[in-house]
Design a protein around this ligand. Structure first.
Ligand SMILES: *Cc1c(COP(=O)(O)O)cnc(C)c1O
Length: 359
């Protein structure tokens, strides 16, 4: 029986049922993670991370400016001050030299985001965090199956947030997961996901009723969503193999193309085929003109994040320090190329040719 039908006919479509547990176990086994909790989105997993690390008004949270809004919003919701960090020149990831300058006595949390599943330098980040007694939250929404040295991304921060949004490698429409690497946070995380109740104790037979024990919200996906995700997980290796192959072919075939810089992979980073991006080198001119000329050849390319430090809310509510030259540069010159499992080889070749032909 198809999984979604099975979930429905089981009569229990609410959350934390067999499919939810199967998905969580899949990740715990595959990556050696101690505890994972499925959530209804990556944003929800980040909100849980913010409640668990608990920065409040007056506390500061360092977040990259070049990221999706949820990396910052989850902590802004707690009343914390968001302090924005620049990117590296060589990758869109956060620049550690800038992060060092941003740390104050009020800093509580560093949020790292691995752009395109390409690892940030986690040894450096964890060393810095340990020296200043800071929490580290990995926004690993794009980083499933990416590696730093020989360890999967999501294994480094005290907690890590993943997304199974329809745009990610592995998806269920809307969905996410919190990975909890600090065992002291597990019990509270289970309460927070269950609307601030100890319902989990009731399910485990440790309590005869359940009650309000903490703050929390409704972060649990339904079994229908988990059943969808389970079907994806059975294809995990095939999906990843296809994506990584497309990514690698782009990088090989586009090497040496005039006016394009290709993603840099540090020795420690193994990518996950989530986003293939190029950087337009300035002399090739306006990114809009480039997008148009590619569109005329039937190739749709997209920019990515609008920097948080320039955004309507971020520019007024976040703390800025120094210049964000690299974020501005990435935002103006990064283009994402089509990459999805159904991408046929002749289409892939056509895109590569169009880019090689230049403007
Ligand atoms: C997709 C994404 C999110 C949000 O995930 P949702 O599941 O859509 O809530 C957060 N951060 C980053 C970096 C993302 O790419």
């Amino acid at each position: 029986m198809p999984f979604i039908q099975e979930a429905i006919s089981s009569g229990k479509v609410t959350g934390d049922g067999p499919f939810t547990r199967k998905c969580e176990l899949f990740f715990e086994k595959r990556y050696g993670w101690g505890k994972t909790l499925l959530t209804s989105s990556g944003t929800d997993a980040l909100e849980m991370a913010a409640i668990l690390t608990d920065p409040g008004p007056g506390d500061e949270v360092i977040v990259p400016s070049y990221t999706f809004v949820s990396s910052a919003n989850a902590f802004a919701l707690r009343g914390a001050t968001i302090v924005l960090a620049d990117s590296e020149e060589s990758t869109p990831n956060m620049d550690m030299a800038h992060v060092r300058q941003l740390i104050t006595s009020r800093t509580r949390v560093i949020v790292v985001m691995h752009y395109g599943g390409i690892a940030c330098d986690m040894d450096k980040i964890m060393e810095l965090a340990t020296a200043h007694d800071l929490w580290v939250v990995e926004d690993a929404a794009l980083a499933l199956d990416g590696y730093y040295k020989d360890k999967p991304l999501g294994s480094f921060g005290h907690v890590a947030a993943f997304s199974f949004h329809g745009t990610k490698n592995i998806q269920c429409g809307e969905g996410g997961m919190l990975v909890i690497n600090d065992p002291k946070l597990i019990a509270r995380a289970e309460v927070i996901r269950e609307k601030g109740t100890n319902r989990k104790d009731l399910l485990r037979g440790l309590s005869s009723f359940y009650e309000w024990v903490d703050i929390g919200s409704s972060y649990l996906p339904s079994e229908v969503t988990a059943a969808f995700l389970w079907a994806q997980l059975l294809e995990f290796d095939r999906i990843q193999e296809m994506r990584v192959r497309l990514w690698n072919k782009y990088r090989e075939e586009l090497a040496g193309t005039d006016d394009l810089a290709l993603p840099e992979l540090a020795d420690y980073a193994r990518h996950n085929g989530s986003i293939f991006f190029v950087k337009l080198i300035r002399k090739s001119g306006d990114i809009t003109a480039k997008k148009k000329s590619l569109a005329a050849k039937g190739v749709l390319v997209e920019k990515h994040y609008y920097p948080l430090h320039l955004s309507k809310f971020g520019s007024q509510n976040c703390r800025l320090y120094g210049v964000y030259a690299n974020v501005d540069e990435w935002s103006n010159s990064l283009l994402r190329l089509p990459l999805f499992v159904e991408l046929a080889e002749n289409e892939h070749n056509k895109i590569i040719m169009a880019l090689k032909e230049g403007l």
